[in-house]
Design a protein around this ligand. Sequence first.
Ligand SMILES: [Zn+2]
Length: 250
Amino acid sequence: MARILALHAHPDDVEWLAAGTLALLSRDGHAVTIATATAGEGGSAEHDPQQTGRIRQAEAAAAAALIGADYFCLGFPDLGVFNDDPSRRAVTELIRSLAPDIVITASPVDYHPDHEAISQLARDACFAAPVANYRTGPAPATPAIPHLYFMDPVGGRDRAGARVLRDFGVDVGETFALKQAMLARHESQAAWVRKQHGIADHLADMERWTRRVGRDLGVELAEGFRQYRHEPYPKTPRLQDLLGEAVLSA
Ligand SMILES: [Zn+2]
């Protein structure tokens, strides 16, 4: 059994970009934790930030529970995620407390500043987690740097509109219904994305995206990933090995 941490910026980002893959891993007996940098308290035109944050954390926990995953919120402010000293220590402490074999995080380039910042924080906290003299809290230093992966950016593009290439995809045809159910738990976001992003139906939009990744990779429905292989991060294909035949070459 492997331990997997999926860490993104806001409640519902993981559901959009990686929930089908996490559902496959959870089905196969691996322990999955979904964590977000913020409670997504900016994502409402009806409720104040405190109420919105509470609602969205409850939605994220309910979505994670559908695949038997835990949910954790780092509590950083919406639009206020930065790769600074306290935030790096907090993300490192989270990684130490969970000791994941695999961390799957946001793309380092993406449309939203919080997405890019949590990606850098996750990358640097993976590096810091085994450094015993880097003090973060009660959790002990991890024995090694976890395997690190990036999800596709939203829409597959960076902030300048350039396409971001992926290493591999995962066929999520078997778990797509679960992915839909997980995103549907984020009920408050149906109205918000209509207002803020002009997206009439966030479930249909997520389906369009998952089908587009599938089309790129020759299957019906897929999600895309890159492995971070720079020194001294592990280079073996740990996640790909766990997913076996579901892995699609890009
Ligand atoms: Zn987001």
